[in-house]
Design a protein around this ligand. Structure first.
Ligand code: NAP
Length: 291
């Protein structure tokens, strides 16, 4: 079997177009242009790249972005003050504090300071708590997990009763993905660094979501024939043939898994483009909720 490739660029583009239409409809109705504030603390090069691409994506769909950059010396209090100011600013519908924060910052406190109506990253403890509780709905779902679910629901009409295995239990990917799968009535197993017999557990998955951050840890013979595989991992491996000296691979060995799975996401060009598309979608939703 050769898997269907789930093309994140194409899916992401269609979501962006929908958002652009939604923004235009607001403007045509005389409403405000949606605005996203990005808060970048410190000088992590990867974070700088992510924030730039989020701002560029905003511009492309007509969302205004307000970029705030603070040196790591700014300290906890200054970041909290900035968040409070943005909470009160009517031009700002969504606030994104780029993670990870430099060491020494209390991430939980800063995320908790964001008004939940502006929590477009979905990491406020109230939004995450509601995600975990039956009969409660978060205002926003974290962007990468939302992207994972969007792809799965496009591929599989009903996830009900399916065996889903999630590799990774991080706050930003693994755990919210697992919670969303439970809400979709899948039977969910969460694996992590202490899981025993990982290949065997993975082989039980009709749906496999890998969010580990270890290059190609999942081999083809771990994948159940016919499974749907969503690879969230983004890992650099040295490659002297590439101009930059490295290439990006996922947590799944794509060449092997593509022969076994029914459908699979590539890296790059899989989950990545969906993450930004979902941020734009959440920002438009925030603006519509705040009217
Ligand atoms: P993280 O916070 O480092 O979490 C990694 C998780 O994997 C942890 O739960 C860890 O277990 C588990 N793990 C580590 N080694 C393992 C092993 N050998 N076997 C089984 N589980 C293992 O990472 P993250 O932030 O969730 O990100 C995961 C990956 O997704 C990274 O490659 C990241 O770059 C990528 N990512 C991509 C996007 C996107 O837009 N495409 C967005 C976010 C992240 P413990 O809990 O026991 O430590």
């Amino acid at each position: 079997m050769t898997a269907t490739i789930i093309d994140g660029k194409v899916i992401g583009e269609s979501i962006r177009k929908e958002v652009a239409v939604g923004v235009q409809q607001r403007l045509d109705a005389g409403k405000s242009r949606p605005g996203l504030a990005t808060v970048l603390v410190g000088e992590n090069p990867a974070s700088q790249v992510y924030v730039k691409s989020k701002q560029k994506a905003c511009a492309e769909v007509g969302i205004e972005s307000f970029g705030y950059e603070l040196p790591r010396e700014a300290g906890q209090e200054e970041v909290e003050k900035l968040v409070a100011r943005l909470n009160a600013d009517p031009a700002v519908n969504g606030i994104l504090v780029q993670l990870p924060l430099p060491s020494g910052f209390d991430e939980e406190k800063i995320l908790g300071a964001i008004s939940i109506e502006k929590d477009v990253d979905g990491f406020h403890p109230l939004n995450i708590g509601r995600l975990a509780q039956k009969g409660r709905d978060p205002l926003f779902i974290p962007c990468t997990p939302a992207g994972v679910m969007y792809m799965l629901e496009k591929e599989i009409p009903s996830l009900e009763g399916m065996n889903a295995v999630v590799l990774g239990r991080s706050n930003i990917v693994g755990m919210p993905v697992a919670l969303l799968l439970v809400r979709a009535n899948a039977t969910v197993t969460i694996c992590h660094s202490r899981t025993k017999n990982l290949p065997e557990v993975v082989r039980s998955a009709d749906i496999l979501v890998a969010a580990v951050g270890k290059a190609e840890i999942v081999r083809g013979d771990w994948v159940k024939p016919g499974a749907v595989v969503i690879d969230v991992g983004i890992n650099r491996v040295e490659d002297a043939t590439r101009p930059r000296g490295y290439r990006l691979v996922g947590d799944v060995c794509y060449e092997e898994a593509v022969e076994v799975a029914r459908a699979i996401t590539p890296v790059p060009g899989g989950v990545g483009p969906l993450t930004i598309a979902m941020l734009l979608k959440n920002t438009l939703r925030a603006a519509n909720l705040q009217d």
